[in-house]
Design a protein around this ligand. Structure first.
Ligand code: ADP
Ligand code: ASP
Ligand code: MG
Length: 299
């Protein structure tokens, strides 16, 4: 018997049919005697829809009110998943971030988790419940609803796993593990059986959205065991590990990340000399940039 925190992302709970599938999977774990805390995201597309609604009313939405709106996405899925488990005869209880409670700072739309009150979760687990927690949200010291930034349900799951000292944090998503690069863009990408925290941190920071970067940072600081698995099919997934790869000839590059939100601008005709701001083109040579690297040229 083990204690797992499992997180199911937007596509994994993207329809009532998918929610029923997740409930069946949880029922299997429960039948094996495992204790379960389950973190869910909003249904896929829902958070984007809520942002669009807010922007139709206020082009630059008030962050406090935006968090009130955005947090509703996850509130729907926790309730529906609890009902799906009840239909299977399994005791389950849902909690919003403010009910748990997950206390954050007051930085709306990008809040950081400060502490988690484990007691309600622990007593429900002891009473045999599957505890379902809304991802991506918390409450600040003033009692205002906050959200943790896009992809923030990963961070909720890792934070809960660390606070509750779970045996493993399992991130269930729509791919069956971490690949050498995004398998939806490069079909030849290879699935990795293990990846070190450092490599995962680097991939997340360079734009690989399979895990929110803050969840990986939290994994590093709490040294929690974790894996990324598919919610659609059974398999081993990818284990995120602290173990160094002990092979003699290990690959220097383990993965490639990319980011679609950046563009490169090339400026041509700029003089190519260190310390040079512009070239007069009159044979007079370079104008030096205030001479930081050549103090003797200060006029
Ligand atoms: P969820 O809704 O479950 O949180 P996300 O869409 O946030 O899922 O993250 C899963 C997606 O991450 C995959 O569908 C895949 O397209 C993308 N992805 C980007 N880089 C990688 C990678 N190196 N390995 C696996 N998936 C990746
Ligand atoms: N629903 C939120 C988002 O779409 C959080 C998450 O899915 O992790 O960003
Ligand atoms: Mg995600």
């Amino acid at each position: 018997m083990a204690f797992f925190v499992q997180k199911y992302g937007g596509t994994s709970v993207g329809s009532t049919e998918r929610i029923k599938q997740v409930a069946l999977r949880l029922a299997e774990y429960k039948a094996q005697g495992h204790e379960l805390v389950v973190v869910v995201s909003a249904m896929s597309g829902e958070t984007n829809r809520l942002i669009s609604l807010a922007k139709e009313i206020q082009p630059d939405p008030n962050p406090r009110e935006l968090d009130v709106v955005l947090s509703t996405g996850e509130q729907v899925t926790i309730g529906l998943l609890a009902m799906a488990l009840h239909e299977l005869g399994i005791k389950a209880k849902s909690y919003t971030g403010s009910q748990v409670k997950i206390t954050t700072d007051g930085a709306h739309t990008k809040a950081r988790i400060l502490k988690i009150d484990e007691e309600p979760v622990r007593s429900d687990l002891a009473a045999g419940y599957v505890v379902i927690v809304a991802g991506f949200q918390g409450i600040d010291e003033r009692g205002d609803i906050t959200t943790l930034g896009r992809g923030g349900s990963d961070t909720t799951a890792v934070a809960l796993a660390a606070a509750l000292k779970a045996d493993e944090c399992q991130i269930y998503t729509d791919v069956d593990g971490i690949y050498t690069t995004d398998p939806r863009v490069v079909p030849e990408a290879r699935k990795l059986d293990t990846i070190t925290f450092e490599e995962m941190l680097e991939m997340a920071s360079l734009g690989s959205k399979v895990l929110q970067i803050r969840s990986v940072e939290l994994l590093v600081s709490t040294r929690s065991n974790s894996g990324v698995l598919s919610s659609f099919e059974k398999g081993e997934g990818t284990l995120i590990t602290f173990e160094e790869n002990k092979k003699m000839e290990q690959p220097i590059i383990s993965g490639i990340a990319f980011n679609r939100d950046e563009s490169k601008i090339t400026v041509v005709g700029v003089p190519d000399h260190p310390g040079c701001l512009s070239d007069t083109g009159t044979g007079g040579g370079c104008q030096y940039w205030r001479g930081y690297d050549h103090p003797e040229r200060w006029a």
